[in-house]
Design a protein around this ligand. Structure first.
Ligand code: SF4
Ligand code: SF4
Ligand code: SF4
Ligand code: FES
Length: 971
């Protein structure tokens, strides 16, 4: 019996209550202090401010410069109180509580002082409240009311700042200094919350003012547009342009960001069905009220005119699209799929789930494939990013996920970052990491590039092991060799928690002198002494935590490297408590979830193998159909089979394989070989240009469901506006299943989650009601852990004992040779997101409107390349042309680019070389040659023609002309 969740009848959960500001941050001391405030007795942890203690006792002291996400500064004096036995009227925000203290917060003397303070502020502030965009949401206005200010005696005749010029350079917020009260909340937010230190208070006394960078425009400064200062500002000095343009929001809904794997919670602040702004939610367990430029500001794509709003069909890709109703499109798709299976067999079709869609939607797509297509040809984009994490962590630790919460980093003494660039790819977590680094944690970065984390302000002594791309496994073995040969291992942990035979075998393997840093130096290019020092630092730390990204997984030895990381963590006992662990930084918003939900061809939801009869039996009983016991095709196998003429139809939900997968020309050939390609997406993406059925998708703002972030945290996604095309994505999959003759029925995604919970041991305790009550849940959530599991492997591993794995280094085939002497590695930048389909349709374009090739000055000079020149990048897979940017972020011999713009063709050059265990492509190592050129590559020219044609066909353009040009473009 399904436990139907009715969002209308469920009372507002506690975390929806208005967010209260307690004035100063909480203190965690176990020592408690009792005091009296306005006659009310209260007991709080030692170190708590009087302001916070009062707020906790429901006594509101006026304040302006204080906020509970910032350390107190004590500049406005509005929070003054009287304390028995003390002289003067101290600021309550900077005064810590003391035992027996007696505090008065309201009397005539205090009232007069506060009125005087406010009067001074207001005398240099425009009196335009009625027309000010912050009217009704302005702390200055509120405080003027709270202190009873009725008149201002000073007038505007004297010196003032009312003519100060507004800085509108940032596309998302404006800075109007005429309204600034110099409370410095913005400066402190930039330092303490974001960690960028882009703002300062310049000058002194009356002359003091807020300045970005070296008194530059915001866009020219180091500002990364996170919005923390805007949120901190108690006036309308720093203000979202959307609020200035549209006015104050009327209501809000808490939901989850749909960009990266941090999974930040936001309040979507609305006017009717229109989002006015996205405000990071303080109650969000992953972000605690912080955000980055993408989640905070780049939501405009959801209502972009390019959104697909009507289903479309066509017989072949050289024909114009025909707009049809949902029923006709679904019937057309189902009829095609059935006919293809009848002609070519059950295995000739498959589906790809989306890591952008919700858990419920992903679950339904893999269920559709297994139960309605009746095969296991389902896969997901994790194939091309973190599939080695699944394999490597499951083999060693027994579970395919990170071991910690993000907050755990605040207990880490040494932070090791391998092949990840958190400030760009996981920005909100990077801010938390930086906070810990400023508190004194040590940092070790293992990466060919000098990533921004190494330049964390107010942190010194970071160790950078700048290894050659493709040599990760040699490096991790060398680090482990030092640990073992210098006796730095945690013998107690190993004896108690790890399999003895496996450990002995690994010990013998790793102690072999070939792994000694001195012998590995020639492979990695990193001096042995640096490796020894890093190994000692990590192994000797009370708490050492490892965070890694795609620079670990997207290699021919991605799975070996993940296992090597787990080996190192187990050998040093850095597993099973706060501050330690092995943490993959998952890229997309729901890539963890799409893996958990059974997207891979060999695993049903919860990583339960299709070959296990007991597992199949449970799913067969629930789904009412037999399930194939053989794993199906992975994405690269689907492409190969399509080119070979054996695989004929594909249903792709929310995934742009034509742009994101390696060896573009091979992918395009595969897509063109299909007799039926069904694409469900919010835009006509690159894959959709090869499609026969186009089903409009719904954005995260238009649906209910859940996402699971990189810390296994399941967060609710809540519908804030109706789906533009009339259906949420899960409803479309349900319709397709029914049209294929496999009955599916759900009234609400909560019912899908109930089904998941009934079939997935790590989800048995998850329900929408519990998610609403708790805010979020980290799986496993079951009888043993009804509120979830923040830290994994505390007592034991899911496989009992930890398994050390032998990780022999095997050089990548891509390592440079004379024909292709440089190594290309790829990555992301902060402002754009993956294939860019969303962020390219926002003002984030202002930061990155083209992909460029970064190359070292020495490599550029050798080739006569100057900054801004067009360069051809050629690999054994193909050629593309990008503009050159000379940069010393990479070592000589390594070049770097991003892949956010389809016409850049970054994946035309990446090859089909892949991880030995999982087929994850080796994006991070491609041998290339770079030379000056004067025109786009042949592929780019074809791309432009094809792109123009498909846009024309979308608009219903002429079939014959388009068809002729199309065949020309593709010959
Ligand atoms: S810009 Fe806002 S937060 Fe910054 S000092 Fe001025 S009033 Fe305070
Ligand atoms: S938007 Fe963020 S990075 Fe930019 S100044 Fe404000 S707090 Fe600093
Ligand atoms: S850090 Fe990631 S989840 Fe958070 S706001 Fe930015 S893109 Fe969204
Ligand atoms: S709020 Fe305490 S001095 Fe400003």
């Amino acid at each position: 019996m399904l436990n139907y969740y009715d969002p209308k009848q469920t009372p507002a959960p506690q975390h929806f209550l208005p967010e209260r500001d307690y004035g100063t941050p909480a203190r965690l001391s176990e020592t408690l202090v009792s005091l009296e405030i306005d006659g009310v007795a209260i007991t709080v942890p030692e170190g708590t401010s009087v302001l916070r203690a009062a707020a906790l006792a429901d006594i509101n002291i006026p304040k302006l410069c204080a906020s509970d996400n910032l350390e107190a500064f004590g500049s406005c004096r509005l929070c003054a109180v009287q304390i028995e036995g003390r002289r003067g009227l101290p600021a309550s925000c900077t005064t810590p509580v003391a035992a027996g203290m007696k505090v008065t917060t309201q009397n005539e003397r205090l009232a007069k002082l506060r009125r005087n303070v406010m009067e001074l502020y207001i005398s240099d502030h425009p009196l335009d409240c009625l027309t000010c965009p912050a009217n009704g949401d302005c702390e200055l206005q509120d405080m003027a009311g709270a202190v009873g200010l009725r008149e201002v005696r000073y007038g505007f005749d004297g010196e003032n700042h009312l003519d100060a010029e507004t800085d509108d350079s940032n596309p998302y917020f404006s800075f109007d200094p005429s309204k600034c009260i110099v409370c410095s909340r913005c400066v402190r937010a930039c330092e303490e919350v974001q960690g960028t230190f882009a703002l300062t208070i310049e000058g002194r006394g009356f002359e003091s003012k807020v300045a970005a960078g070296q008194s530059e425009a915001f866009m020219d400064s180091e500002c990364v547009s996170c919005g923390a200062c805007v949120q901190a500002c108690p006036t309308s000095t720093l203000m979202e342009k959307s609020v200035i343009e549209q006015g104050q929001p009327e209501h809000s809904v808490v939901t989850t960001c749909a960009y990266c794997g941090v999974g930040c919670s936001f309040k979507a602040e609305m006017q009717g069905d229109r989002v006015v702004r996205m405000v990071p939610y303080k109650g969000g367990d992953a972000n605690h009220g912080h955000s980055c430029v993408k989640g905070r500001f780049a939501f405009g794509y959801a209502t972009h005119p390019d959104r697909l709003k009507t289903p479309m069909i066509r017989e072949s890709i050289d024909q114009p699209w025909r707009e049809v109703g949902w029923e006709e499109a679904i019937a057309f798709a189902a009829q095609r799929l059935k006919a293809i299976q009848a002609k070519y067999g059950r295995e000739s079709i498959g589906g790809i789930t989306s890591s952008r869609c919700t858990n419920e939607e992903t679950y339904l797509v893999q269920k559709l494939v297994r139960a309605a297509f009746r095969n296991n040809n389902t896969d997901t984009c994790a194939r091309v990013c973190h599939s080695p994490t699944g394999y490597g962590l499951k083999t060693t630790l027994g579970e395919s996920a990170g071991t910690q919460t993000f907050d755990s980093v605040m207990q880490a003494d040494v932070i090791v970052v391998i092949g990840a660039n958190p400030t760009d790819a996981h920005p909100v977590f990077a801010s938390q990491m930086r906070r810990r680094l400023r508190q004194g944690a040590e940092l070790i970065v293992v990466d060919p590039r000098r990533i921004d984390l190494l330049k964390t302000p107010h942190h010194r002594g970071a160790q950078h092991l700048a290894l050659r791309p493709g040599t990760n496994v040699a490096m991790i073995n060398a680090l482990a060799h030092v640990v073992m040969s210098e006796g730095l291992e945690d013998r107690e942990f190993i004896a108690k928690r790890c399999d003895a035979a496996g450990y002995q075998a690994w010990r013998e393997f790793i102690l072999d002198p070939r792994h000694a840093p001195e012998n590995v130096e020639a492979i990695t290019g990193v001096p042995a002494e640096q490796v020894r020092r890093a190994a000692r630092t990590y192994a000797q730390a009370p708490n050492g935590a490892i965070y890694y990204g795609l620079g670990v997984t997207e290699h021919s030895q991605g799975s070996s490297m993940v296992m090597g990381i787990a080996n190192l963590a187990m050998a040093t006992g850095n597993i099973g408590r706060e501050g330690v662990g092995v943490n993959p930084l998952r890229g997309q918003n729901n890539v963890q979830g799409s893996c958990d939900m059974g997207s891979f061809p060999h695993e049903l939801p919860g990583y339960q193998h299709v070959g296990d009869p007991a597992v199949r039996e449970r799913f067969e009983a629930a789904w009412g159909v037999p399930i194939d016991d053989e794993p199906g095709l992975r994405i690269p196998n689907m492409f190969d089979a399509a080119v070979a003429g054996e695989f004929k139809a594909l249903y792709v939900q929310g995934e742009d394989i034509a742009q994101s997968d390696p060896n573009t020309q091979h992918v395009e050939q595969a897509l063109r070989s299909l007799e039926c390609l069904i694409v469900q997406d919010i835009f006509l993406n690159e894959t959709a240009k090869f499609a026969h059925v186009l089903l409009p998708g719904s954005s995260f703002l238009e649906k209910d469901g859940t996402f699971t972030n990189a810390e296994r945290r399941i967060n609710r996604v809540r519908k804030v506006m109706p789906p533009l095309a009339g259906k949420q994505d899960w409803e479309v999959t349900v319709d397709l299943a029914n049209a294929l003759g496999y009955p599916m029925h759900y009234d609400h995604p909560s019912q899908i989650m109930d089904e998941i919970a009934g079939l997935t041991p790590s989800f048995t305790g998850v329900s929408y009601a519990r998610l609403d009550a708790l805010g979020s849940i980290q799986w496993p959530c079951n009888e043993a852990h009804p509120e979830g599991t923040p830290t994994m492997h505390i007592e034991d591993f899911p496989i009992g004992l930890g398994q050390f794995a032998i990780t022999d280094y095997v050089a990548s085939d891509e390592l440079s040779n004379r024909r292709f002497p440089l190594l290309l590695t790829t990555g992301r930048i902060l402002s754009q997101y993956n294939v860019g389909a969303q962020t390219r349709r926002t003002h984030n374009q202002a930061w990155h409107d083209e992909d460029v090739l970064e190359l070292h000055p020495a490599d550029a000079e050798l080739r006569g390349v100057r900054d801004g020149d067009w360069v051809g990048i050629t690999s054994r897979a193909g050629q593309t042309v990008l503009r050159a940017r000379i940069s010393d972020r990479m070592p000589p011999g390594v070049v770097y680019t991003t892949f956010h713009h389809p016409g850049s063709g970054a994946n035309v050059i990446t090859t089909d070389s892949s991880d030995w265990a999982t087929n994850c492509p080796e994006y991070k190592v491609t041998a290339v040659q770079v030379e000056k050129v004067s025109q786009p590559s042949a592929w780019q020219q074809q791309f432009q023609t094809f792109d123009r044609l498909q846009l024309e066909l979308l608009r219903g353009g002429n079939k014959d002309e388009a068809g002729q040009a199309l065949s020309g473009a593709r010959e």
